[in-house]
Design a protein around this ligand. Structure first.
Ligand SMILES: [Zn+2]
Length: 310
């Protein structure tokens, strides 16, 4: 019988759950919309329904069911609770216990172990296991979309930090005199580099080509001056954030994914160029930014988290 785990990926718009084999094969999966409800139980009902649908396909290995959960953050890893910015109904929601209890009904409380990590962390774990970072022991994973997230794998192990929120790349400051961020800080990376910030900056400069990052990057690829300038500016901020993180962690490979990064060279070229201004110490001078290759890095990262449990 193949060794397999249950992986769950909880985002602001959808919930994915899957039975994943030890070689990364997604054997069977379930997708549910994330309920736009103020009732925490109603949001959890989507998770529960996906998990219950997979129970017939779950096979205990060594008498155990191992589960990995990836959730939008912030999370409290040791407590097993989540308070996702984009799921307002969940504040300190005990996701690990709730998932555990659904499975414990069927397999017994002691047979079920649940691991929890933030989505940026699971993205890094997934790309490290089966994606663009599979040939290196240490890497930083970064997601550039409507926000900026991240995580790091150091010496083949997820670097969680004390509460499970380490490498919060979107909210490190790259401008100590910058405007106030939604997080309360000033001049955070995310304020300059996230998709909606790039679009807003372009519109402020008179660009009228659309209202999302996809339109913006398409216009930049076509040589439109304002989008090119705005992306260059945003990628300089991101480069400073990446270089700071890589310099602190002493890591030489960064894997970049997320919707905005899918635009390709129009993002990667300025990012790599600006990195040369910030990644200047010898040990990060060769800092490499690679495009992510997995479509389901978060889900596979949650599976990796489940497999990593003792
Ligand atoms: Zn911030």
């Amino acid at each position: 019988m193949t060794d397999s785990v249950l992986a769950i990926d909880i985002g602001g718009t959808k919930i994915a759950a899957a039975v994943v084999d030890a070689d990364g094969t997604i054997r069977t999966d379930q997708l549910r919309p994330t309920a736009a409800s103020a009732d925490p139980d109603q949001v959890f009902a989507g998770v529960e329904s996906a998990v219950r649908a997979l129970i017939p396909r779950l096979e205990p290995s060594g008498g155990r069911i191992r589960v990995g959960i990836s959730s939008a953050g912030p999370i409290d890893g040791p407590a097993g609770t989540v308070s996702p910015v984009n799921i307002g109904a969940w504040r300190g929601f005990p996701i690990s216990t709730r998932v555990h209890d659904v499975l414990a009904e069927r397999y017994g409380a002691d047979a079920v172990t649940v691991g929890l990590a933030g989505d940026g962390h699971c993205f890094a774990l997934g790309e490290h296991w089966l994606g663009a970072g599979r040939d290196v022991a240490s890497m930083i994973g970064m997601v550039l979309s409507t926000g900026v997230g991240g995580g790091a794998v150091i010496a083949n192990k997820l670097f969680t930090g004390v509460t499970g929120n380490a490498v919060h790349l979107g909210h490190i400051s790259v401008n100590a005199w910058g405007p106030k961020c939604v997080c309360g800080g000033h001049g955070c990376t995310e304020m300059y580099a996230r998709g909606p910030a790039l679009v807003a900056a372009a519109q402020q400069q008179g660009w009228r080509g659309g209202d999302d990052a996809r339109a913006l990057t398409a216009a930049a690829r076509a040589g439109d001056e304002i989008p090119l300038r705005v992306i260059d500016h945003g990628m300089r901020a991101l480069a400073a954030g990446i270089a700071t993180t890589a310099t602190e962690l002493d890591v030489a490979v960064v894997v970049l994914g997320g919707g905005v990064s899918k635009a390709g060279e129009v993002i990667f070229e300025p990012l790599r160029r600006h990195l040369r201004d910030f990644a200047v110490l010898d040990y990060v001078a060769e800092l490499e930014v690679r495009p992510a290759i997995l479509e389901t890095a978060g889900l596979l990262g949650a599976a990796a988290l489940a497999f990593s449990q003792e």
